[in-house]
Design a protein around this ligand. Structure first.
Ligand code: HEC
Ligand code: HEC
Length: 256
């Protein structure tokens, strides 16, 4: 039933004449949201995502692992040590040559510096720490630059962005550039930027990672969902960050 609805919605969407996105400045997803959602995101006391930020703040100074060290033992005040970090992530991990995002970087510190097990994607702890770290960059311009090391991954992310997939045979670009601003069922399609994540989604009644949101888009077109933290989603995350140049970090965002 839901699937039939969705298909009908997509077909209707594609019948509409698509408008090419003007090569002007990008617009954050929040500008496509309704007034209620915009008001929630704008008010730190009403924004439910701030609960995860507060949990992250607590975890930041809680000792963990066999080394019994807290993040704060090494990084002290997150407000200064983590300021700007989320704005330049994801980046290339020099140790592995792979793309690493904030979640991955936190887990690297857990393993290498706390002698603790890595945290699961979408666990409350990893979401809280990620939201807390990213929040320290709120208001700062997204600043992922292309260089020799990340170029192959940016290219791959771009390929994925333009690749049609799933039973609906749709690429990211078909919705988020060609149909941004149009309705798909109850939702208004945005430009698909990741600058507000982790974000609180009313439908989830929880804060979720960017990878959770991306998997929902794969599911929406009936494509196989890549695993959380997979190379595919990391390359895509890197490409999205590059594409979001001109926007600022908004974590924690609020979405429908
Ligand atoms: C059938 C249309 C469709 C396709 C194809 C699609 N999405 Fe989405 N996507 C949506 C809708 C609807 C939403 C929720 C409303 C919004 O924020 O755009 C969304 C949300 C998002 C968001 C969150 C934006 C925000 O501000 O919260 C991101 C990021 C995103 N999509 C990226 C992608 C990527 C990357 C792909 C390709 C793998 C993709 N989407 C494919 C429809 C689509
Ligand atoms: C024993 C000391 C130590 C502990 C404990 C520790 N870290 Fe780190 N962390 C480091 C060092 C050293 C670096 C930089 C090393 C590097 O760049 O490879 C780093 C880098 C980072 C970065 C990337 C910063 C950047 O500018 O790229 C983040 C994010 C981070 N840590 C988060 C955390 C979090 C969250 C915790 C707690 C869960 C934590 N760290 C615990 C030592 C520590």
């Amino acid at each position: 039933m839901i699937r039939r609805f969705l298909q009908a919605g997509v077909v209707a969407l594609l019948l509409m004449q698509s408008v090419a996105l003007a090569a002007t400045s990008p617009r954050s997803g929040i500008t496509y949201a309704g007034a209620d959602v915009r008001a929630l995101q704008a008010d730190d006391f009403a924004n439910p995502g701030m609960l995860w930020v507060a949990r992250g703040e607590k975890l930041w100074s809680t000792p963990a692992g066999r080394n019994n060290k807290a993040c704060a033992s090494c990084h002290q005040e997150a407000a200064s040590s983590m300021k700007g970090v989320a704005a330049r992530y994801p980046r290339i991990d020099t140790a592995t040559g792979k793309v690493i995002n904030i979640e991955g970087r936190i887990n690297t510190c857990r393993e290498r510096n706390q002698a603790a097990d890595p945290l699961q994607y979408e666990s409350e702890e990893l979401l809280a720490l990620t939201a807390y770290v990213a929040h320290q960059s709120r208001g700062m311009p997204v600043a992922v630059v292309a260089d020799a090391a990340n170029r192959p991954h940016l290219e791959r992310g771009r390929e994925i962005y333009y690749r049609r997939q799933g039973q609906m045979n749709l690429a990211c670009v078909n919705c988020h550039e060609q149909n941004a601003g149009r309705k798909l069922l109850a939702e208004t399609i945005s430009e698909g930027h990741g600058n507000a994540y982790p974000a609180y989604r009313l439908e989830w009644q929880a804060t979720g990672s960017l990878h959770r949101r991306l998997r929902a888009c794969y599911f929406g077109v009936r494509a196989v969902m890549p695993a959380f933290g997979s190379d595919e989603l990391l390359d895509l995350e890197l490409y999205l960050a590059r594409r979001a140049t001109g926007l600022t970090v908004e974590t924690p965002g609020v979405r429908r």
